[in-house]
Ligand binder design. Structure first.
Ligand SMILES: NC(=O)c1ccc[n+]([C@@H]2O[C@H](COP(=O)([O-])OP(=O)(O)OC[C@H]3O[C@@H](n4cnc5c(N)ncnc54)[C@H](OP(=O)(O)O)[C@@H]3O)[C@@H](O)[C@H]2O)c1
Length: 249
């Protein structure tokens, strides 16, 4: 149960949804988890309390992951507080829903900066604190390789993450640092519940998913956490699709 005791993990966007589930599962295995967030201090306070109640030493940093020049602050704080980083989970994401032909500068920059550029910079900065055998996992979604209506800008940023995963895996292999991405199908989170077409989306996803249900945060978090353990040491440079078979047909 204490497989990750003594390890320090960073989960960007670790205060809600999938990131929160990942943070809690890492802490259940003993890791001290640093979470970043942007808008909701209440959600950050709540997860910090939960992580402390698991007997770990967590830390929350309010930072806009899309502001490249601010990102070194995360790693300065981790170095000062813990002196090392063993697990990096690049999870925070933002985007504007638009067709490819309607992408404007704002939509393009928001998703490229918050999703792709943040992953690039976090790995470049984070690896300096990472000992041999550390783990890096990013989050992607099916819109990186398939057409999802309105997902053009976010899909492009996720495709960049998947490509970087393969390059980082190769370049960090001499230090036995594993780099992988988990690509999810529709996952039932509070963020999606706010969509006007939420009920219709759920109905359609269930119809197309062989397991006849939507995915939940634990479906994704369990795979991410597995990739953060020693048992996944022979997996690197992979994009693992976790969608209940949705993308098979
Ligand atoms: N939900 C799905 O169906 C699904 C499917 C496949 C893949 N994914 C991927 O899984 C990851 C998590 O998705 P989710 O649905 O769990 O998201 P979510 O519920 O919207 O949570 C996003 C988290 O990221 C933080 N965040 C957002 N923008 C940020 C920024 N600019 N700077 C710092 N923190 C920021 C949020 O904190 P604040 O709210 O405080 O800003 C929150 O903690 C994303 O990479 C997403 O693309 C999701």
């Amino acid at each position: 149960m204490n497989e990750l005791a003594g390890k320090v993990a960073l989960v960007t966007g670790g205060t809600k949804g999938i990131g929160k589930a990942i943070s809690l599962k890492l802490a259940e295995l003993g890791a001290d988890v640093v979470v970043t967030f942007l808008r909701s201090r209440n959600a950050a306070d709540a997860i910090i309390d939960q992580l402390k109640s698991l007997g770990t030493n967590p830390h929350a940093i309010r930072i806009n992951m899309g502001a490249q020049e601010k990102l070194p602050k995360i790693f300065t704080e981790i170095k000062e507080k813990y002196g090392r980083l063993d697990i990096l989970v690049s999870n925070a994401a933002l985007g504007i829903y638009t067709s490819a032909l309607d992408i404007n500068d704002k939509a393009w920059q928001l998703s490229m900066n918050t999703n792709a550029e943040a992953f690039l910079q976090c790995v470049k900065l984070g690896q300096e604190l990472m000992p041999n055998g550390s783990k890096i996992v990013a989050l992607s979604s099916l819109g990186s390789v398939r057409y999802i209506d309105g997902y053009a800008a976010i899909g492009a940023s996720k495709a960049a993450i998947e490509t970087l995963t393969r390059y980082f895996a190769y370049e960090l292999a001499p230090r036995h640092i594993n780099v992988n991405t988990v690509s999810g199908g529709f996952i039932d989170t509070d963020a999606l519940k706010g969509f006007p077409s939420y009920d219709k989306m759920v109905e359609e996803v269930i119809r197309r998913t062989p397991f006849r249900r939507v995915g939940n945060v634990d479906d994704i978090a369990d795979v991410v956490v597995f990739l953060c353990t020693k048992k996944a040491s022979w997996i690197t440079g992979q994009v693992i699709v976790v969608d209940g078979g949705y993308s098979l047909a």
